[in-house]
Design a protein around this ligand. Sequence first.
Ligand code: 2P0
Length: 323
Amino acid sequence: MIGKVKAHTNIALVKYWGKKDSGLIIPYTDSLSLTLDEFYTTTAVEFSDDLEHDEFKIDGNPVNEKNFVKLTNFMSHIRDLSGVTQYASVSSKNHVPISAGLASSASAFAALAAAGAKAAGLDLTRQELSRVARRGSGSATRSIFGGLVEWHRGYDDVSSFAEPIQEKLDFGLEMIAILLDTNIKKVSSRSGMQSVVATSPYYASWIDVVQNDMGLMKEAIKNKDINRIGKIAELNAMRMHALNMSAEPSFTYFNSETLKTIELIHDLRNQGINCYYTLDAGPNVKVIYDRKNRDRILKALQIEFKRDQLVVAHPGPGIEYID
Ligand code: 2P0
């Protein structure tokens, strides 16, 4: 049987940054994200008697040794769950407006979990699929679902899963990704968060910050209060990045363009244009706003950035099976 699935990436409004169990990928905290329509991965999986090992092609290219090990271990989990003993042929295509920078392990492992499970004949609920995706990459747990999604940290494999808060948004939350640097990052999320957990003296406070922010964020979502959502997300992101600066050795994903862009968003706010920012494990800035303000924000950003550096991203759906 062939499984073919499309999954979208997501941006966290309350961030995941640290694993309690790095084998099962059980995080220290809950997290909450928005799935985006514009960035996605399509993956096809087929198990076959003819193969002597798993085969992976991403955007037409074979994967390197390190990724092969990670991916073949992931497929072995699907074999364990299903009883299938064959190896798989996996082909994956990333759809991003610009060739690099926002390609994400979130959409990749969400698509692979669902396509792999289907190809293996497993009939899993989406909650179960989110647990499978989690073993590939933490943020992939949330990409099984569309719209606003919560990942319950849990304490073991069964209790750590994602759940939708609002799959189809009934208010105007939107993001603009500002692409400042689309090169591969120097510090991977995996090693960055590991270093923070091991060395930042502020990590215990971060766990409290997230618990508090989850409550505030869910309240703001209930009230469809985009300014409040933006404010909470912005501060949460900055507190995550403060952890990186407080690690030993200290590191940051920001570059000088990132800092200038943050200043620019502050300037826009001072001019009365409501918008906020968030940042992930890289220098690119994502602007959070109400779609009714999109044209004003874009107009202001186009003074500073080239047109192809700005990508408007709308809330997107969860996994979709393709025939
Ligand atoms: C997040 N990020 O909540 C956070 C915020 C980036 C910054 O999850 O090690 O690729 O595979 O679980 O999920 C990116 O890290 O890391 C991430 P692993 P992942 O979206």
